[in-house]
Design a protein around this ligand. Structure first.
Ligand SMILES: [Zn+2]
Length: 102
């Protein structure tokens, strides 16, 4: 628990640094996708809420940033492993991204 309280401060320190490129890796979406049995829309709502309340406030002071995934997911009929990646389907190889400028 203590580590969770400290990581926003670590991110703030990283963002204050003078590196030209700063990279933050958030793995919570991948973890949720592997663990869920939910349909895409309710899963999207949960992930959006977690991102909006947990991650977005940390990015508030950044004028411009890019959010990119390192892979997509394919859906299967196996409810226990509903979403997976590592194959060569288009859904797994396409890298969704968004550029945010303020
Ligand atoms: Zn994964």
């Amino acid at each position: 628990m203590g580590g969770e309280r400290r990581w926003p401060e670590a991110i703030k320190q990283l963002l204050k640094g003078d590196a030209d490129i700063k990279l933050l890796h958030f793995n919570f979406i991948d973890s949720k996708m592997h663990a869920t049995t939910l349909d895409l829309y309710p899963l999207y709502v949960i992930i959006k809420e977690e991102f909006t309340t947990g991650i977005l406030p940390l990015l508030r002071d950044i004028r411009s940033f890019i959010i990119v995934s390192d892979h997509g997911f394919a859906r299967s009929k196996n409810i226990k492993e509903r979403y997976s990646h590592g194959g060569d389907s288009s859904w797994e190889r396409v890298l969704p991204f968004v550029q945010v400028t303020g």
